[in-house]
Design a binder for this molecule. Sequence first.
Ligand SMILES: [Zn+2]
Length: 464
Amino acid sequence: MPFESPFSESTDKMTKALRSTRVLTSAGLGPACVLVDGERIADVCAWDALPPGVDRVDFGDAVLLPGMVDTHVHINEPGRTEWEGFDTATQAAAVGGVTTLVDMPLNCIPETVDVPSLEEKRKAAQGKAWVDWAAWGGIVRGNADAIERMARAGLPGFKCFLIHSGIDGFAWVDEADLRLALAKLRETGLPLLAHAEIADPVDAATNRLNQAGADWRKYSTYLASRPDAAEVDAIALLIRLAEEFRTPIHIVHLSSTKALPSLALARDRGVPISVETCAHYLCFASEEIPDGATEFKCAPPVRDAANREALWNALDSGLIEMVTTDHSPCLPQMKRREEGRWDQGWGGISSLGLALPAMWTAMQRRGLKLERIGEWMAAAPARLAGFAGRKGAILPGADADFAVFDPDAKWTVTSPDLHFRHKLSPYLGAELHGRVIATWLRGEPVFSDGDFAGVARGREMVRS
Ligand SMILES: [Zn+2]
């Protein structure tokens, strides 16, 4: 399904020429000049092929990347705006070079599970979005009949949980519910995103730990309570259903690499199944997480260093296609940092705006080239949400969205560097390589040299 063009058509006049010695295009990283006509990229030409009479913006040797696309963000507005809202989330995105984000349907009130709740979200976003955004719809027990109407209302796809979501109003689904939903989804062609853990292995492990009097301040206890089997079993079910229904299913935030062999076999058979992991699974390891440090709590959990390296290998080989943040904040007191009990603190890591330098820092240690970021954090997530051609790549016809990145900057993350609502993040104190100098949204800067530029002009990406 193509996207509507909600903006006015721009004039013939070539308005701007952005150039750098390092522009990321389909040809790789090299000198180029990007011609911007109004809100869109008109052409990509040689570095010295500046047409006459254009405004020239020269970024020197700074890297011109496509605006990053983060398809896994919990904005929480309306309803839990005190956790996070459109203004703070999208400002954090802009500072981090993210020009498009897609909101998860569960933490807002009402949850985005029908058309009226989507309309409330649209109202809540009015005038507050600094970058472009879209909303995933929710699939919960009993709402299969709303899927078609939500699809017609312009959502790019749907998200479900196979285990308790942490939000009582967002009921998890079992195989019978999934079958009802997939039959409807197949008609729309839209993807189903799934939180791939099932409850039985988690419940059994948790009971065993409680009976043994486990110490819930220890990270090792939390890790043991969310065993690999919860992911492996959930993914086996999702592969089976994607194969049977021949409709796309996307595994969000894969942590366990024990599920990779079955995913590889499914991909070889042509099963329409895609996979993301998150920056925190690639940057952290369970051995390094202090006991009681619940700012690291997320589900599925961060696993050990060997698992982390296997995730990198799967990303490098293309089996894992993309990297998102799963930015999922809450009120700071809900992390229960003082008690430090992993069973009581809210699960969710705050990281919006940090993924680009965090990934680049970790990539350099592994000898991976910066150009890989474009596929992992822009082009592949843009395809998942159906935004290919408009978002996630520097090419003619796409929105003129850019992240201007200095890959050589070195800095330490402090509280003032965080622009999301609550400054609690496992990345605080991290020493990172690379920093976003400027972010452009549809032909104009929204962030430049440490300041926001203009007004909040982010728009919803709506499927027609
Ligand atoms: Zn999430």
